[in-house]
Write a protein that binds this ligand. Structure first.
Ligand SMILES: C[S@@+](CC[C@H](N)C(=O)[O-])C[C@H]1O[C@@H](n2cnc3c(N)ncnc32)[C@H](O)[C@@H]1O
Length: 298
């Protein structure tokens, strides 16, 4: 079992994402890459959802792609930050909103404002790591999912931004970089929520920068760069910042670039047709491949 990460302060996080909406798309390189990889997995699904919830829709990149992939589906884009919701809405023409009944909702993944069994598919890219309690998020997902419906998501694992965390750790003992749950703990939370046939896999992605300062600026622009309860308030002194940037230099590669590592976790699960099909699994009892996604639910 890994150390339990600090959970973000939701009010602070919401404020950070509210502010980031206008500039988010310009710096969301990792988010786009991971979204595209998750979207590719839709082709493996042998089902055509009529109702889809994009949970933590951000500026609506995935909502728009989902609408293209499933042209007859009704998309609901939900985000905690209203400025994000408005951006999502702006991606859809008035005609398509009316024709398909797409919805744009400001709400919380941990208390979804929807009736039970409202959606055939839940899609969530790089959002659930911001919640206070993952089991609550998965329980809510299951509640609003129809029997036979699927949830697909990505989240971040503990190795994410390890270079930046190590660089700060060389300078002081504060919490400067968000911490993330281990994949096994995410899987166990899915099981406790009684989602059926959970499958997970993980990959490491690296984004490179010429300067560590660019990475730090991009993280700030994305929002929620450090919303942990253990963070220090107030401005970082120029001297301290210089020390952090200096410490990051130890990671400079032979090609002259600085890496920023991301541990990306992919997961999917189903709501069982019959509740007793979602048999109680033991902790850690989830598959680690895409075979189930390919083979089942034809
Ligand atoms: C990293 S962004 C990802 C956005 C989008 N899925 C994408 O791929 O670009 C995370 C989003 O999750 C939203 N979010 C965080 N916590 C949330 C919660 N509890 N409920 C709903 N949305 C949440 C944030 O406001 C933010 O827009």
């Amino acid at each position: 079992m890994s150390n339990t990460p600090l959970r973000p302060d939701k009010r602070q996080m919401r404020a950070a994402f509210e502010q980031s909406a206008a500039h988010y798309d310009a710096v969301a390189i990792l988010q786009r890459e991971v979204a595209d990889r998750l979207l590719e997995r839709l082709d493996l699904l042998k089902m055509t959802p009529a109702t889809i919830l994009d949970l933590g829709s951000g500026t609506g990149y995935c909502s728009e792609k989902l609408a293209t992939h499933y042209p007859r589906a009704r998309i609901t884009a939900l985000d905690l930050a209203d400025t994000m919701v408005q951006r999502s809405r702006g991606r859809f023409s008035r005609w398509s909103r009316l024709r398909r009944g797409h919805q744009f909702v400001c709400g919380d993944a941990e208390a979804l404002p929807f009736a039970d069994q409202s959606f055939d598919m839940l899609f969530s890219n790089l959002t659930i790591q911001w919640g206070s309690d993952l089991e609550t998020t998965f329980s809510e997902m299951k509640r609003v999912l129809r029997p036979g419906g699927v949830v697909l998501y990505t989240t971040l694992g503990p190795d994410t931004l390890r270079e930046l965390r190590a660089s700060w750790a060389a300078v002081d003992e504060g919490v400067h970089v968000n911490t993330f749950l281990d994949m096994h703990d995410v899987g166990d939370a899915m099981l406790r929520a009684r989602l059926a046939e959970p499958v997970m896999d993980m990959e490491h992605l690296t984004i490179t920068y010429e300067e560590a300062m660019t990475l730090m600026r991009d993280l700030k622009t994305l929002g929620a760069h450090n919303v942990n309860p253990g963070r220090r308030h107030g401005l970082t002194s120029p001297k301290k910042l210089k020390s952090v940037l200096g410490a990051y230099e130890q990671f400079r590669r032979s090609d002259g670039l600085l890496p920023a590592s991301y541990e990306v976790v992919y997961g999917h699960a189903w709501r069982a047709e019959q509740e007793d099909e979602a048999s109680p699994h033991s902790p850690g009892e989830f598959a680690f491949s895409l075979d189930r996604l390919r083979g089942n639910h034809e």
